[in-house]
Design a protein around this ligand. Structure first.
Ligand code: MN
Length: 328
């Protein structure tokens, strides 16, 4: 049995009231895990409040039908007295990654417990619940339902399923295991709807974002005999289309649907702020290296960085940085 279960039991024995939070710019996994985990705490007779720094993106609103997720701004009062609350941090192993509420909570709450599946929390394994093999934080939350002998409600089944769907890229990323499918199957039995979940998350884009996508695709440059595609997202396109920058950023994944393409680059800039570079690859092409060398970070097949150069120069260099993969 994972040592996280015992760690969690001991943490629950030390505290009575809880704040549940997730990383800034929350995604389906962090949000789904919050809803599911809060149900566990409620079933255990514990008081808890979900408190995030950033709003729930529209496509994930269906995860929270009862509006349990609170978003911090200066108009809402923090749980009182804060000194009586302990914090659960879900889907990140870094407490200070929870965004603008972090400095409000840091020195006042009793203790923090992490439930997460990301790499890089080695020093926290002994006292939290960190399982890097898990497909998602939601998969860990599901295992907690089973541990406590509880059955997820339809609401929690939908939330946990949505998080797993999102974090596995629709059940295809490397951490998708037979266990992931067994859990997903159970969640569907309990009320999760595969078709509707997909529709909410992936078929819910604005018309403006579709126009923006067309603009981005029209910038396409093909390099290295069709193995690399490079795209641009400019502030001008955001203004013309009326879509948001984050909607445009999703275009980085599009080139990889083309047969033979193993790498994509998107050079992008919001209406304010720096020029940024995103890179995606398939197979044994490590773009994390490139990102780190440029002051950024990420994973082997998905990484990025902020540029200090102008847009055109950044685009030129970003393509040049990929040359190392195509020497033959
Ligand atoms: Mn996650």
């Amino acid at each position: 049995m994972h040592l996280g279960f015992g760690n969690l039991e001991r943490f629950l024995a030390r505290h009575e009231r809880f704040i549940i939070s997730t990383h800034e710019s929350p995604d389906g996994d962090g949000l789904g895990a919050e809803i599911g985990f809060r149900e566990i705490l409620t079933s255990l007779g514990r008081e808890s409040v979900i408190l995030n720094s950033d709003p729930v993106p529209d496509k994930f609103l269906f995860i929270d039908p009862e509006h349990e997720i609170n978003v911090y701004d200066d108009s809402i009062t923090l749980p009182h007295p804060l000194e009586e609350y302990a914090v659960f941090v879900l889907d990140t192993n870094d407490f200070d990654n929870i965004g603008t509420i972090f400095p409000k909570l840091r020195d006042r709450v009793r203790e923090v417990f992490i439930i997460d599946h990301h790499e890089g929390g080695k020093d926290k394994l002994e006292s939290n619940f960190i399982k890097v093999e898990a497909s998602s934080a939601c998969e860990i939350v599901y295992s907690l339902f089973m541990y406590f002998g509880m059955t997820p409600s339809p609401k929690s089944a939908r939330a946990i399923y949505a998080g797993m769907l999102f974090d596995t890229g629709s059940f295809r990323y490397p951490k998708t295991t037979p266990e992931t499918f067994r859990i997903a199957g159970h969640l569907v039995e309990l009320g999760a709807d595969p078709f509707k979940s997909y529709e909410h998350i992936y078929e819910n884009n604005s018309l403006a974002s579709f126009a923006l996508r067309a603009m981005i695709l029209s910038t396409m440059e093909v390099h290295h005999d069709g193995r690399l595609i490079a795209l641009k997202l400019t502030p001008d396109m955001i203004e013309k289309s009326g879509a948001s920058f984050s909607e445009g950023e999703l275009a980085i994944n599009l080139p990889l649907i083309v047969h033979g393409v193993v790498a994509s680059v998107l050079v992008k800039q919001d209406t304010s702020g720096p020029v940024k570079v995103s890179m995606r690859t398939k197979g044994d092409y490590d773009v994390a290296e490139i990102a780190i060398a440029n002051g950024g970070g990420g994973h082997k097949n998905a990484a990025g960085y902020k540029s200090t150069l102008q847009f055109g120069e950044t685009f030129h260099r970003a393509i040049g940085d990929m040359d190392r993969f195509f020497k033959d």
